[in-house]
Design a protein around this ligand. Structure first.
Ligand SMILES: Cc1cc2nc3c(=O)[nH]c(=O)nc-3n(C[C@H](O)[C@H](O)[C@H](O)COP(=O)(O)OP(=O)(O)OC[C@H]3O[C@@H](n4cnc5c(N)ncnc54)[C@H](O)[C@@H]3O)c2cc1C
Length: 326
């Protein structure tokens, strides 16, 4: 039996794609083992109702003002409240910035174990759950069994496919009254947003990243141009961030963001292990590097040995032409 609770993120009423991935994986596991899927989220009944299209059997929500901004304490109270009610075997969330902050607090409050950033979950022959997670900067995979119930895990974005939306008759359960939200000790008073790129790096289906081989910040317009022609997000290596060419929010890797797009284009990036840690689960990798021995070519599906500064404008031009003709 697998009753699974999924913490769902929304921004301005839109459910995050990585949360839909987690809901879809929960549905697959629950269908295979027999069980129900519940969602829990902060937001109005109308927004919560949108989860019904993702194969959810019941949805816990709260629109309490204390939850209008994310806080670890407030949101963990919401999730723990829904756990008390639903009694799940497994609790999942996306391994987003929020999910990676929230579920450790939830696991600590329940005194159970947690597996972060999983790329697989399966039911094994000993009749227990196994969680697969990359370790040693993606060089190996650990198969983890968790002690305690519920089992708590975050799922790496862009790894689990989203199911076709199917509306189910889901029960909506408001949680406001049983939550101790007045006891929250720290409140977020203001969130200052910066105007980021149109496609968020961790959610992008295509990423074009530049490294030190781009030679200078002025040449990043070529990376930007190729990204625009592909509808992609822009990323960067740490060398570029350390040099001050790009802000840290663009950094991919061990000390930057972990991404798993369908296509990752690495331009002038050597392929250091710390960079690979953040992008090696990409479905297809294209590397452009003038050094044929660069380590990035070992994991690339397609490689171009050449000068990025010459290759990128040609690629952008051809892709734009192709798009206009199709
Ligand atoms: C604890 C720790 C954490 C780290 N975390 C991260 C992290 O999160 N992300 C990260 O990226 N790194 C991280 N690093 C740094 C990492 O080890 C590398 O130093 C870094 O990734 C190198 O960036 P790069 O590939 O852009 O530069 P380089 O290693 O200098 O490589 C530049 C590449 O560009 C090629 N090149 C040069 N000119 C051209 C040209 N004209 N056209 C095409 N190719 C060209 C070169 O052949 C070379 O392969 C970390 C390091 C440590 C110790």
């Amino acid at each position: 039996m697998a009753n699974i609770l999924v913490f769902v993120e929304q921004r301005e009423g839109n459910l995050k794609r990585f949360s839909l991935e987690a809901l879809s994986e929960a549905r697959r596991l629950a269908d295979a083992q027999g069980g129900k899927v519940a969602a829990v989220m902060a937001g109005s009944a109308e927004i919560a109702g949108r989860c019904t299209f993702q194969g959810t059997d019941c949805i816990y929500y709260s629109n309490h003002p204390a939850l209008s901004q994310y806080s670890t304490e407030g949101y963990s109270e919401l999730v723990v409240g829904s756990i008390r009610n639903f009694q799940p075997d497994i609790v999942l969330a996306a391994a987003s910035a929020m999910g990676k902050d929230l579920l450790p607090r939830v696991a600590a409050r329940l005194d159970v174990a947690l597996a972060q950033d999983c790329t697989g979950i399966s039911w094994n022959s000993d009749s227990s759950w196994e969680f697969i997670r990359p370790i040693f900067a993606g060089k190996a995979f650990a198969v983890v069994q968790l002690v305690g119930v519920p089992q708590v895990a975050t799922l790496r974005p862009n790894v689990f496919p989203v199911l076709e939306p199917v509306k189910r008759a889901a029960e909506l359960i408001v949680l406001d009254e049983e939550l101790k939200l007045d006891e929250i000790r720290a409140r977020v008073r203001e969130v200052q947003k910066f105007s980021g790129q149109a496609v968020e790096l961790t959610e992008a289906d295509i990423i074009v990243s530049g490294g030190r081989g781009m030679k200078g910040p002025e040449n990043f317009r070529m990376v930007q141009e190729l990204a625009e022609s592909l509808g992609a997000a822009v990323g960067a290596s740490r060398a570029v961030v350390d040099a001050g060419w790009m802000e840290h929010r663009f950094q991919v890797g061990q000390t930057g963001k972990t991404v798993a797009p369908s296509l990752y284009v690495a331009c002038g990036i050597s392929g250091a292990i710390q960079h690979l840690a953040g992008m090696s689960s990409s479905k297809y990798i294209i590397a452009i590097n003038k050094d044929p021995e660069a380590p990035i070519f070992k994991i690339a599906d397609y490689g171009i040995v050449g000068d990025s500064l010459q290759v990128l404008p040609l690629l952008s031009k051809e892709i734009k032409k192709f798009r206009q003709n199709t």
